[in-house]
Design a protein around this ligand. Structure first.
Ligand code: AMP
Length: 197
């Protein structure tokens, strides 16, 4: 069983998305606070990022924002989040996300969220990151990505073992258990990262 005290949440910056995504994010925020789990995220003030931080803070939870300085310069940071790390660039931020959290959660999002999620999966495949990763598949949002990754495995771009790198759930309340129960992963994953023949 993985011990989960702090999670990193990748999620949308857009505020122009359907209510169902905000509702799911609010549910997750409450669930994390109820379970005394701290949140690390990109530090944004709007979209699902803003909703997550607002919900966690309103319910007395802990939020840590990690944001590159250039985003702060244009006032993208959430003003109510007191715990902030401003870093040099996007690469440093993503490394910091992984260093700070016991597990990763991907909510629906755009290219930023997808890129963060896929980088985490890539690092896990190489044994560089070994923590649990859970995808929240609200209303089937992530079905096309699941299909893509399944094809990667079916056509040997990835190995069957790589399917164990992430867990997909439908409901926000399932996320913490999925993180806790995720199969252990080790740095030895580098041994089966690539098909040589
Ligand atoms: P996206 O899903 O394309 O909206 O990108 C959101 C993800 O990328 C977040 O998890 C952030 O780490 C990062 N990001 C992209 N845009 C912003 C923004 N405006 N403010 C803060 N973080 C952002």
């Amino acid at each position: 069983m993985n011990e989960i005290k702090r999670v990193c949440v990748y999620c949308a910056s857009s505020a122009k998305i359907a209510k169902k995504y905000f509702d799911a994010t609010e549910q997750l925020g409450k669930h994390l606070v109820e379970n005394n789990v701290e949140v690390v995220y990109g530090g944004g003030a709007v979209g699902l990022m803003g909703k997550l931080a607002d919900t966690v803070l309103e319910h007395g939870g802990e939020v840590i924002g990690i944001m590159p300085q250039f985003m702060r310069d244009v006032e993208l940071h959430h003003k109510k989040v007191a715990r902030f790390h401003f870093v040099g660039d996007m690469h440093e931020r993503k490394k910091r996300f992984l260093d700070e959290a016991d597990g990763l959660i991907a909510l629906p999002g755009g290219c930023g969220t997808l890129e963060e999620l896929l980088e985490a999966l890539t690092l896990k495949r190489l044994g560089i990151f070994t923590g649990p990763i859970v995808i929240l598949n609200t209303d089937g949002f992530y079905d096309p990505l699941e299909t893509m990754l399944k094809r990667c495995i079916d056509e040997n771009f990835m190995a069957q073992e790589h399917r164990k790198m992430w867990t997909t759930v439908r409901e926000p309340e399932e996320i913490l258990d999925a993180l806790r129960e995720a199969p252990t992963w080790s740095k030895d994953a580098i041994q089966f990262a690539t098909f040589r023949k």
